[in-house]
Design a protein around this ligand. Structure first.
Ligand SMILES: NC(=O)c1ccc[n+]([C@@H]2O[C@H](COP(=O)([O-])OP(=O)(O)OC[C@H]3O[C@@H](n4cnc5c(N)ncnc54)[C@H](OP(=O)(O)O)[C@@H]3O)[C@@H](O)[C@H]2O)c1
Length: 296
């Protein structure tokens, strides 16, 4: 073993941050990229000291070669079925063929193991990949981080800075929703990649905040009154999402169509990370809501 960590998706946003965190921990990193990957991003990886392996498309032979001696494969791929199920499966097969002990799939989401199939298309793709992962002779660790905190800047119904409103679904405005900054996800994932005892699921959140808490915090921060709005039941949102998806089939070919954002709202109010594994690795400075919200 050369104790390298192989990262797939290193030209992406989260993948690059995971690589930076691994390098800070002095871990040797191999990044697999595609010939068509952005040249500047690949060049930046080389400058960071990463060993870059480039291939036309993901294939078993090249990936198995790249996985030799690797102690953990981290996938930070983003995409639809051809990526999350197909390309990730080739990566998994290669990791198994090369005898890699651990695989971290590109989950980085709300804990979809708490959610039924059919409510969130992007999570259903993860579930389809997990069917394969479950049966593969390799240990795995999923990082469940709730929503990336930066979605709070997108004026979703949950936190709408144009309307000064906080919307929630279900009947509990004290239900705390999980948010994690990309930097915290990356730091934690790097630590998990180097942890030979990491369990099957690790649940984290930089902060958990309820609609009621967000109303109070946003009103104080922005020095104006935010309104709390009940958006209806989760059953109603589920029915709305199914209708919106059926009426917008083009979205099946997009990673984040509008109805997927709405499906994410449903997931955020349907699952919660409890208990949190935040304290598993020391030296991670978890960003609080007080630290994060003033920047958006
Ligand atoms: N919880 C949340 O709120 C939240 C929000 C956003 C993202 N995420 C998740 O975080 C993870 C990383 O997302 P990101 O936003 O960092 O992604 P990103 O910036 O779009 O990067 C995607 C990466 O995947 C690679 N890739 C895509 N399709 C591929 C394929 N078919 N074969 C090989 N490589 C492929 C890309 O490589 P090229 O450079 O070669 O194209 C790129 O490196 C994903 O699981 C995503 O769903 C979670």
């Amino acid at each position: 073993m050369n104790h390298s960590i192989l990262v797939a998706g290193g030209t992406g946003d989260l993948g690059n941050k995971i690589i930076q965190s691994l390098l800070q921990k002095k871990a040797p990193v191999i990044a697999v990229v595609r010939h068509k990957s952005d040249k500047a991003k690949v060049e930046a990886l080389v400058k960071m000291g990463v060993r870059v392996v480039s291939m036309e498309t993901y294939n078993l032979a090249d990936l198995t070669q790249a996985c030799q001696g690797v102690t953990c494969v981290v996938s930070a791929l983003a995409g639809l079925r051809d990526t999350i199920v197909d390309a990730q499966s080739v990566l998994l097969d290669a990791a198994v063929a090369a005898g890699v002990p651990r695989f971290i799939p590109s989950d980085f989401s709300t804990d979809f193991t708490q959610l039924p199939e059919g409510e969130n298309r992007n999570f259903d793709l993860r579930k389809a990949f997990h069917e394969k992962l479950e049966h593969a002779p390799i240990a795995s660790t999923s990082i469940m981080n709730g929503a990336f905190a930066n979605i709070l800047a997108y004026n979703t119904p949950f936190y709408n800075l144009k309307e000064n409103s906080i919307g929630y679904w279900g009947n509990n405005p004290d239900f705390a929703v999980d948010f994690t900054t990309k930097n915290n996800v990356a730091e934690f994932t790097a630590a998990a990649a180097l942890d030979v005892t990491a369990p099957k699921i690790l649940r984290i959140a930089s902060f958990q905040i309820s609609p009621n808490e967000l109303v109070a915090m946003a009103s104080a921060l922005k020095k104006t009154t935010f309104r709390l709005i009940s958006m209806g039941s989760l059953e109603g949102l589920s029915a709305y999402n199914k209708k919106a998806r059926a009426e917008n089939p083009k979205g099946e070919h997009e990673l984040y169509p509008k109805w997927q954002g709405s499906q994410y709202m449903h997931s955020m109010f349907s699952a919660q990370n409890n208990p949190l594994d935040n304290s598993r690795y020391p030296n991670i400075n978890w960003t609080s809501a007080y630290d994060f919200l003033p920047h958006i």
